[in-house]
Ligand binder design. Structure first.
Ligand code: HT7
Ligand code: ZN
Length: 844
């Protein structure tokens, strides 16, 4: 398995004028005919002609109409070609129905569909499958199916065939084809310059009633990108297709976005509020890629964060605008800490722009996506909103049609602002989460903050240089009034002090407001100060953060020395819960306790060995204590948050339901689940049905409801994923592995369907105490199933192997059990490149 390095990039030897493809669809014998017009790349003297190709049967090939006998190498085709323009034609045969890797052309429930990012096009035909080769595509699809789709605009069609032409040059990874017995949910959109665009969401018959929300989200995304970024849609048609078998959330193919059905289909009865919000965000994300990813693409896969970080940043802005900025920021930081910090502090740590990879599919990570978005947020904070807007305008103007790099991106900001971004670039180059240690002192009206940054070593990067860190700070006086409004301190040195003069009394600092940089803040402080900030901070993120810090401190002390939770913390939570000037969604977040994985990492960072079982028990005890402390308030909040009338997924109603659900979850620990049972019976939407069922399962009840749920939803694949996942998520630690094992024997368990596999094994990996059961049963079960899945779907296997990435945090016994499991995976004959790279990195 060869390692590919960023430093070895060379431009392509040949470029393409245009490409014509014909697909004669057949489940096991699809024929793909290609006609590609090549010309030598004037920017290089390299004339080695190589076309990528994998798992293809070559039927014939010609150069300028003359039959040729190419040399078929492991990963492609070598052929002698002229140092002048020429036409290459080929015919290959592929078998979509046996393609369980879900990459290239494959079948899902009788429908043909493609997934080409990152390097899947080479499983469709011989081609320079690299993002810096861009061209226009004309595609003819032949098949006896009612719907035949590809990228771009429809050109012509007849009985059993359709032709599509995409006028915008694109790389092969954005190619798409869909064919099947599908129905459209149609609509249209008028762009800002008055062009009408036809919109469709294509689904399997029976799913038509689940398209309306996605369509509205799409139209809102189109308006938002026009208003906020000045970006207009550029084809006559925009199609979305829902597919059941899909490795990730969705794919931004030009004019033909393909979605995991879980990321687009929604109805009140079958989808939770969280599902609705996720669907809205993913639809926006894929749509926004039309400019940040498609019109401006990446030169090579090392530049992945160029499109993904920016597009995540844009979708986060969009959700904030649609819903609540404060709640969105808290949720994003929770996700960042839960996934990216975990990655950045373990064996899989890599820079936002990696400098090497074996399998690029392994680099669609939280670091590239979420930390990539944080880096853009910091850049915006440093240059200010106005210059950010100017820089983005310049980026679109200068690079439209380009395959660009991070250097191009930063240059646009340098040219706009006159800043030197050399040091800032370290955020793209250095892995690891900086620790920002803060000390302070007050003397004679001057308050000094002393900041020190340090980033621990990560694989291949033992030493780190100081980065530019925007630290947003506000100061409160002892009455709780803000005496210094949010100010950005621009830290550039390893250690640096900042002074605030003319203060009447020692202030209380609110540091890293809005989570202004993806760092771990370390500061000796008191719980009294945290409670003060929870009560008074005007920055909603830091207000929530203060409560979170109290929760972490409480849980950590419960785990390490059995200290019971103190009343000051419980009272502070009560005050937040009571404060009806606060958004219910915010109150719900303030009430949710730190996760068990978060506590494990916190203890590990403090030099301790976390015991997952103790953490689980402490967290149960804390929830029980909190429930008792709030017992008078909970029924009141539960009743007050009731949303009358028909279900609506809007942010306000969802916020009320979130707080109602949080109250119900605590209440269930006091009333034996009677309120949850009643809610389950009367629920007319999935948020409340599933919320009630979860509460029952948490207190080890709900058997009857679980059976009824299955009877009610047995025919709905997406709801059945919830049924599978719930049972593992809420299983007591000692029963988690057995529950997962039992579910794999259920006739509805489906190894080929990534959603179903993740429902069981993703949930097992997230059930911290269950996964780390000291007998090692879960480790072995997960290893067994990853080995089975790898032979069918390497991408999803490799992704799920990250369940083991935190293994070095734990005690020697657990470490040796995990090592055995990982070594067993690693020694499996024929293990994929994807899984082998991941397991190898985790072990090292
Ligand atoms: N750009 C896409 C990333 C992607 C993907 C999607 C589906 C299946 C396999 C995939 N490999 C890479 C999705 C996105 O970020 O929008
Ligand atoms: Zn993306």
């Amino acid at each position: 398995n060869e390692t590919i390095f960023l430093k070895d990039y060379t431009p392509p030897a040949y470029l393409i004028d245009d490409v014509h493809l014909t697909f004669k669809l057949d489940p096991t014998k699809t024929r793909v005919l290609s006609r590609i017009a090549f010309h030598p790349n004037p920017e290089t003297t390299d004339r080695d002609f190589f076309l990528h190709g994998e798992q293809l049967s070559l039927i014939s090939a010609t150069v300028d109409g003359k039959a040729c006998r190419p040399e078929i190498a492991d990963e492609g085709l070598i052929i002698a070609v002229p140092d002048a323009p020429f036409i290459f034609e080929a015919e290959v045969e592929i078998s979509p129905s046996t393609n369980t890797a879900l990459e290239g052309l494959y079948m899902s429930n009788g429908m043909y569909c493609t997934q080409c990012e990152a390097e899947g096009f080479r499983k469709i035909t011989y081609y320079p499958d690299r993002p810096d080769v861009m061209t226009t595509f004309t595609v003819r699809v032949e098949g006896d199916l009612p719907v035949l789709l590809s990228n771009g605009n429809p050109a012509a069609s007849g009985d059993g065939w359709a032709e599509w032409h995409d006028p915008w040059p694109k790389p092969s990874y954005l190619f798409a084809l869909v064919a099947g017995d599908l129905v459209a949910h149609p609509d249209s959109f008028n762009t800002m310059s008055g062009k009408q665009v036809e919109l469709n969401i294509y689904v399997r018959p029976g799913d038509e009633h689940k398209c309306a929300f996605g369509m509205e989200a799409l139209k809102r995304s189109m308006v938002w990108d026009e208003q906020i970024y000045g970006r207009e849609y550029d084809l006559d048609i925009f199609n979305i297709v829902a597919v059941d078998d899909f490795n990730m959330g969705a794919m931004e193919n030009k004019g033909l976005n393909i979605f995991n059905s879980s990321a687009v289909l929604a109805s009140p009865e079958t989808s939770t509020d969280t599902n609705f919000e996720r669907i809205e965000a993913i639809i926006a994300h894929e749509y926004f890629h039309n400019w940040t990813g498609n019109r401006i693409t990446c030169r090579d896969w090392f530049q992945l964060c160029l499109k993904e970080g920016l597009t995540v940043f844009r979708d986060q802005q969009f959700t904030g605008d649609m819903r609540s900025h404060a709640v969105k920021r808290i949720n994003d930081v929770l996700a960042l800490r839960g996934r990216q910090f975990r990655e950045d502090n373990g064996p899989l740590a890599h820079p936002v722009r990696p400098d090497s990879f074996v399998e690029i599919n392994n680099f669609y990570t939280a670091t590239v996506y979420e930390k990539g978005a944080e880096v853009i947020g910091m850049l915006k904070r440093l240059v200010g909103d106005a210059d950010y807007a100017k820089a983005l305008d310049l980026y679109f103007e200068r690079h439209d049609g380009d395959a660009a790099t991070i250097e191009d991106w930063l240059k646009v900001f340098e040219d706009t602002t006159g800043r030197d971004l050399d040091q800032f670039k370290r955020w793209y180059e250095q892995a690891g989460t900086p620790r920002l240690t803060v000390t302070d002192h007050f003397d004679n009206g001057t308050y000094t903050l002393h900041l020190k940054q340090e980033t621990p070593p990560t694989p291949g990067q033992p030493k780190k240089d100081p980065r530019v860190i925007p630290v947003a700070v506000g100061l409160l006086n002892p009455n709780g009034d803000e005496v210094v409004e949010t100010t950005i301190l621009e830290m550039t040195e390893a250690e640096q002090s900042f002074e605030f003069k003319g203060l009447a009394a020692r202030p209380v600092p609110s540091i890293l407001r809005g989570f202004s940089a993806p760092v771990i803040l370390q500061r000796d402080t008191t719980n009294a100060e945290r409670a003060f900030l929870l009560a008074h901070d005007t920055d909603p993120f830091n207000k929530w953060e203060a409560g979170r810090a109290l929760g972490k401190d409480t849980l950590s002390r419960m785990v390490t020395n059995g200290t019971p939770p103190d009343n000051a913390y419980l009272d502070a939570l009560m005050a937040v819960l009571r404060d009806d000037t606060l958004d219910p969604a915010f109150r719900a977040l303030a009430l949710s306790l730190p996760g068990q994985d978060d506590i494990a990492q916190t203890l590990f960072d403090a030099g301790l060995t976390p015991d997952p079982d103790k953490i689980y028990r402490a967290s149960q005890t804390l929830k029980q204590t909190l429930a008792q402390h709030l017992q008078d308030l909970l029924p009141k909040i539960y009743a007050e948050m009731h949303v009358p009338g028909p279900y609506s997924p809007d942010a306000e109603a969802a916020g009320n339901r979130a707080l109602q659900g949080a109250a119900l979850s605590l209440l269930s620990r006091l009333d034996g689940g009677s309120a949850a049972s009643r809610q389950y019976e009367s629920a007319d939407n999935m948020t409340q049905q599933l919320g009630a069922l979860s509460c029952l399962l948490t207190i080890e009840k709900g058997e009857a409801e679980l059976a009824a749920f299955r009877t009610q939803w047995g025919q709905d694949r997406l709801v059945m994923d919830k049924w599978f996942g719930l049972q593992v998520t809420y299983a007591a630690p000692e029963r988690a592995a057995a529950t997962a094992d039992r579910l794999t024997k259920d006739p509805e368990f489906d190894l080929i369907n990534p959603n179903r596999f993740r429902a069981v094994f993703g949930a097992l990996a997230m059930n911290a105490a269950g996964f780390h059961d000291p007998t090692g049963t879960s480790y072995n079960l997960v290893a067994d199933w990853l080995i089975r899945l790898d032979a069918l779907n390497p991408q999803t296997t490799a992704r799920l192997s990250t369940a083991f990435e935190t293994w070095r945090r734990y005690d020697g016994d657990r470490q040796s059990l995990i090592r055995d499991a990982l070594e067993r995976i690693q020694s499996t004959p024929g293990l994929s490149r994807d899984t082998s790279e991941m397991v190898g990195r985790i072990l090292n």
